[in-house]
Design a protein around this ligand. Sequence first.
Ligand SMILES: Nc1ncnc2c1ncn2[C@@H]1O[C@H](COP(=O)(O)OP(=O)(O)O)[C@@H](O)[C@H]1O
Ligand SMILES: [Mg+2]
Length: 362
Amino acid sequence: MARLELKNVIKNFGSVEVIKGVDLAIGDGEFVVIVGPSGCGKSTLLRLIAGLEEMTSGAILMDDERVDDVPAAKRELAMVFQSYALYPHMTVRKNLSFGLETMKVPKDEIESLITAAAETLQIGALLDRKPGQLSGGQCQRVAIGRAIVRNPKIFLFDEPLSNLDAELRTQMRIEINKLHQRLNATMIFVTHDQTEAMTLADRIVILNGGKVEQVGTPLELYNNPDNMFVGGFIGSPRMNFLPGVVLPETGDNTRIKLVGGNEIHTKLSSDSLPEGAKVTIGVRPESFVQVDANRALVTGEVQIAEHLGGETFVYVSLTNGDTITVGIKGQAKLVPGDEMHLAVAGSEFHIFGEDEKVIRHV
Ligand SMILES: Nc1ncnc2c1ncn2[C@@H]1O[C@H](COP(=O)(O)OP(=O)(O)O)[C@@H](O)[C@H]1O
Ligand SMILES: [Mg+2]
């Protein structure tokens, strides 16, 4: 187990800056998920931590010691890849023992490490098979087993579940969660999937274009996104963004006129929202409620209703041509063409400025 710290880490490939000054501190035993769209630099960041890639500048510290110059094999980290990267000609047992043998770990110790890992991951019956005789999920367990037997200070996972089908992915997610509880090890997990991030992480790091957008617990990010990127990335279906403009102040209230909708009245200082300022109101699908026409913030027509049983997602087109997503608990009796009058429950909305940064969570 170890703490990890990144200080202003920059990585260029040729003239292209891919990691643009990342600062991050990860605590002992913490499960941190780095999430962001494809190509944002997640794998590169993980490979820099692992020592598989050299930084352009910055510092990486483990337990306050700089490890920038420590070669990958000596960093006491173990990485699990999306592709599993198992040796196809070796049995599962050999795949697990091979790295330890090269490190000259005594035979009986290797044996007990393999037995313990096989028990943890329930792969005891597979030890004499070769990877070609395993399913994708079993291969991924072996790849995780190979990390466990090395008893690393930090586990690094690079999208380890992305090649699995949906059901298996959910199952492995739960197992990785349990594994973290049992081993209490520091784990850094990279994914493009916000659900994986929300369900696994103690803290989530949102990476976008090589920069950290925000760091926080899953619910901190859900409740208080710093900007529209984070608001849109965390939560499924996505947060709706409704354009609006600030009207002249009346009394204490700032009034925002929604394009294609009515007015929102809220208390804000006029410094942050001068008259005429363009803003975006972020509303999560599950924050809308159906109301009478005279209380509606927006009104629109149902295009599609997805009936999932436990909940209903409704795609509603507004008069200005925008489509919004509305999430309703349970089985809503709505069909295409129905009119919906919507307000925001308990004023659960976020106001973003023209620079896409949050002005206020309401
Ligand atoms: N070895 C490399 N040489 C040049 N560019 C690279 C190299 N590895 C990654 N990149 C580029 O760096 C960016 C980030 O890649 P990567 O870290 O793999 O993203 P992610 O894992 O988030 O999908 C991409 O634009 C990718 O093309
Ligand atoms: Mg990647």
